[in-house]
Design a binder for this molecule. Sequence first.
Ligand code: PBG
Length: 338
Amino acid sequence: MPHIKILLRMIITGKYPNLRMRRNRGYDWVRRLVEENNLSVNDLILPIFLMEGKNKIRPIKNMPDIFRHTIDKLPSIIDKAVKAKIPLVALFPYTQNKYKDFVGSEALNENNLVCRAIKFIKNRYKNNIGVMCDVALDPYTSHGHDGLIKNGKIINDETNEILVKQSILQAQMGCDVIAPSDMMDGRIGMIRRALDKESLKDTQIISYAVKYASNFYGPFRNAVGSKGLLRGDKKTYQMDYKNKNEALREVALDIKEGADMIMVKPGLPYLDIIKEVKNNFKIPVITYQVSGEYSLIMNGIKKGIIKNDSILETLISFKRAGSTAIVTYFALKVLKYL
Ligand code: PBG
């Protein structure tokens, strides 16, 4: 197998004892000198959970150090992000049951929690920080699914029509980045066309193109109040974690439809997918290190099982795999390492 020999010659430039790999690891300065990847504040997207009311910051079960904020309390977290120059925050609403219904009507209420939060943030911080919003119905439906249900099925095209309206509404409120996380077919193209028609040409789209039906979303569903409600699972729209080629097809479609960036989600169990997407498409690839990953690591740290530094190790692994940026609940915690 000659091609393997050529490959080996490229990697191995010497032989023990002439070559000692440990020489390049001997001191901190040389390790810094030869490091291949790094994390900067520019790589971070900070998720923020919203809640109704005034003057409240409330903990979230199973997500140590992560809180829901009422809108007036947002500066307590966003000031830190702006000061550190984190480029983008992602907003997620905790919706009270009384605002949920079978079709997720609250998603289109121009006075809903997300809309008010966008206006507050953009008014206060202008373009010193970007705002990204999820497009999906799950915070607003009484059944916890991302789309409409008819005869027990999540219906694609009818859902898209609502997602388009939700996108336009959020963009009109000042949202910089629309992030469809629903995994319906064809929605990126429909949303792009609608935004353009409404003179919202500058609004960006980060497509959750590669979103797996994962077991790692549990704490998030609790955080947005959809956990107890969700009937069944999301396997008819989110991807099967046994598949890789399918991820490339999803990405190819969404790029054609007008996505500016692509999201892969979750993170750690999908490093191979990040790499594959990055190698095949020259588009920014965002990784979402999801709530279950956060909770596992944080609980491990709290119990003294693993060290704090494991946080940075996971984030660098995303960079090594090819991520352009990372949505992570650790965004504020890692600043001290940067
Ligand atoms: C909703 C949405 C989910 C997440 C982001 N947007 C949950 C889901 O699809 O059920 C998960 C984020 C996390 O776990 O941190 N469409």
